[in-house]
Design a protein around this ligand. Structure first.
Ligand SMILES: [Zn+2]
Length: 404
């Protein structure tokens, strides 16, 4: 094998094996070489060689054997773990009114969490870049860090984007379409930057840090200013051919229906997004009675029929959309997350019942619907996890390059 001509295919295989070994260590927390071989089905000799390279590159380290848990006879097994101080990583969530930044070590342990306000609405790319830089610098200062110590930054934002090339087709945070936002940010920041849809990063956070039963097939539906979705199939985020899949908010629920912020009509989001609800509630009453959802919700609680009808219709539309998702993907679980769910009109028993009624009826359990109380920090943690994965892949590629 050693004498064989190095083909790019074999280099790819080596790189893929390194990534598999690295991922197995990260997933386990601490794991012995022999167990890595078992999990990855890579030969023990190859695992030993790969782990030696990863140790030399400073990405992983040996952990002193725990004598009390070690083998009764013979040498206790040496475990391997990710080297936490190998890199410092930043994850960001851009929401409509704030940027939440989480700085972590390479194992994902929190170092700093910081939030700055955003003016809201769609910003000029330069203005948004400046806000991102401010958010990062303030977070670094809070942790006694310098910006140059950050090895990579991942940003989760609402909209349609191709994460592979950091290209934003459209976002409710930007006032221009079709922008190579990764290159744009590179003018402001010298570290690698990765951009992804925020709902995908919630899905990533659930995959890596979720509590309770681990699911390998699930969907995350986020409801904030708009409606987003992350689809996980066999533990992988499904992005679609152009990277713009899972735009649940823009699935059509009404022919020639209400106008959506994407420019089309009849999108689900145009019936359940906060802007849509306020538009409906204020248009029907003729004056701007409600400035935010809290006001509309309070009116409903106080028995206002107009508010009741607006929110009930949103709930029914949402249930119909969820039922369509179940009929197409048959997920094990639907995870609902986002600021609007605090008001409950999209996650009530009534909505879940309505969804279950519209799902194709078979003799099998229906997916569990779980409401996530995560705040912005968990979304930022999903972004940090994305950055950790991307930086790992970059460094492993470097190790592979050096090893040829
Ligand atoms: Zn739309």
């Amino acid at each position: 094998m050693a004498k064989s001509v190095k083909l790019s295919h074999s280099d790819e295989l080596r790189e893929s094996s390194r990534q598999q070994v690295f991922d197995a260590i990260r997933e386990a927390g601490q794991i012995a070489r022999i167990d890595i071989a078992q999990v990855t089905r890579i030969s023990p000799a190859t695992v030993t060689a790969i782990t030696a390279d990863l140790i030399a590159a400073g990405l992983i380290e040996e952990v002193s054997p725990d004598i009390s848990r070690g083998a009764k006879r013979g040498r206790p097994r040496v475990a391997l773990k990710i080297r936490g101080d190998a890199h410092t990583i930043a994850g960001m969530k851009l929401s409509h009114h704030a940027i939440t930044t989480l700085i972590t070590d390479f194992e994902g342990a929190e170092l700093v969490c910081h939030e700055i306000p955003l003016p809201g609405g769609q910003l000029d790319p330069d203005a948004l870049c400046e806000k991102i830089v401010t958010a990062l610098d303030e977070s670094c200062a809070q942790g006694g860090l310098e910006r140059r110590q950050i090895s990579g930054l991942a940003i989760g934002m609402a909209g349609v984007m191709d994460a592979d090339r950091n290209f934003v087709y459209w976002s409710s945070s930007l006032n221009v379409r079709n922008i190579d936002f990764g290159s744009y940010l590179a003018r402001y920041l010298s570290m690698p930057v990765f951009i992804d849809n925020d709902a995908n990063l919630v899905a990533k956070a659930e995959l890596l840090f979720g509590e309770g039963d681990k699911r390998s097939n699930f969907v995350v539906v986020t409801v904030e200013h708009g409606v987003g979705m992350g689809i996980v199939i066999d533990n992988q985020i499904y992005r679609g051919a152009r990277g713009c899949g899972a735009e649940f908010g823009h699935t059509k629920v009404q022919l020639e229906g209400a106008l959506c912020q994407c420019g089309q009509r009849g999108c689900l989001e145009a019936y359940v997004g906060d802007y849509a609800l306020l538009r409906e509630a204020n248009v029907t009453s003729g004056v701007e009675r409600h400035k935010d959802l809290a006001s509309l919700y309070a009116a409903r609680e106080a028995g206002d029929i107009m508010a009741q009808s607006t929110l009930d219709r949103a709930g029914r539309m949402f249930a119909m959309g969820l039922a369509n998702v179940v009929n197409i993907f048959d997920p094990q679980m639907i995870l609902l997350a986002g600021a609007q769910l605090a008001f409950g009109y999209l996650s009530s028993d009534k909505v879940v019942h309505e969804m279950r009624r519209s799902v194709l009826q078979v003799d099998g359990p229906l997916p569990e619907v779980r409401v996530h109380g995560w705040g912005n920090k968990m979304w930022a943690k999903g972004a940090a996890a994305h950055a950790i994965e991307e930086i790992s892949a970059l460094r492993i590629r470097e190790v592979s390059g050096h090893a040829v």
